[in-house]
Ligand binder design. Sequence first.
Ligand code: CNA
Length: 257
Amino acid sequence: MVGAGISTPSGIPDFRSPGSGLYNNLQQYNIPYPEAIFELGFFFHNPKPFFTLAKELYPGHYRPNVTHYFLRLLHDKELLLRLYTQNIDGLERASGIPASKLVEAHGSFASATCTVCRRSFPGEDMWADVMADRLPCCPVCTGIVKPDIVFFGEPLPARFLLHVADFALADLLLILGTSLEVEPFASLSEAVQKSVPRLLINRDLVGSFAWSSRSKDVAQLGDVVQGVERLVDLLGWTQELQDLIQKETGKLDGQDR
Ligand code: CNA
C-alpha cells in the first residue's frame, strides 16, 4: 500500500506534510478550502483549479524514484502480489509495473469520461487541452471531460474489489508513504491476517501502527527513500536495484528525446 509520501522524493508535494504539502500551498489554485479541488460540486461550479492541478500532475512531468523501482524489483522477482496505490501521478506505471499488478484506488489520468454523456476517452486525448489551459470538452456533446480521478463521494474503481482476495493471500504487507487517513483505502491495512507482518516505512507513525499496533508490526520511521534503501541493503539487492534504475532511467531519457 502506498501514498503520496512515495512521490515526494520525485518532487510531487503530498497533501498533509506541514509547510510543503499541497493543502498548505493551494493559494495558487484559488479554491475556498483544500478538499474543494476534489469535490464534484465545486468542479461543476469551477473546474479550472482541478485542471491546474491536473496539468501539474500530468504523467510525464515527474519520474519514478528509488521507492517505485524497489516495488518494480519486487515484481521482477515475482514477489509482488499487488500494488495498491492512492497516487494519481502514474509513477508506478512509469516504473514499469504492469497495469495488471496495480490497483490505482483513486483513479488515474490514463482515461477520462465526459461528465454529461459519460463517453470514455483515452487520457492522451485531453493532453493538448490541459497543457494549453483549455477545458477539455466532449467532441460529441461538448460536456466537460474529466480525467478518471476519484473525487470525494465517487465510487472507487471496480479493481479495488480485488482486495477481498489479495489481502487474504498476502504474507507480508508493506505500507509506504501514506498518512492512512483516507477511507476506504486506509482500512486495507487492517485486512491482512493477524499473523502477517506489516512493515510501515513513513515519516511518522500512522493509522493503527499508532493506536493499536500488532505484535508483528515493524515501523521504520524517517525518509522513505532511506528506509527503502536500508531494506534493500538488508536483502542484498542494492546492486540489482541500481542496475534496474540505470536501465530504466536510460529508457525514460530516450523517450524524452
Ligand atoms: P498524505 O495524507 O499527504 O500523507 C503522506 C504521508 O507520507 C504523510 O504521513 C507524510 O509524513 C509521509 N511522507 C511524505 N513525504 C515523505 C518522505 N519523503 N518520506 C517518508 N514519509 C513521507 O497522502 P496519502 O496518500 O496518505 O493521502 C491520500 C490522498 C493523497 C490520495 O487521495 C491521493 O490521491 C492524494 N495525493 C496524491 C499525490 C500523488 O499522486 N503523488 C500527491 C498529493 C496527494
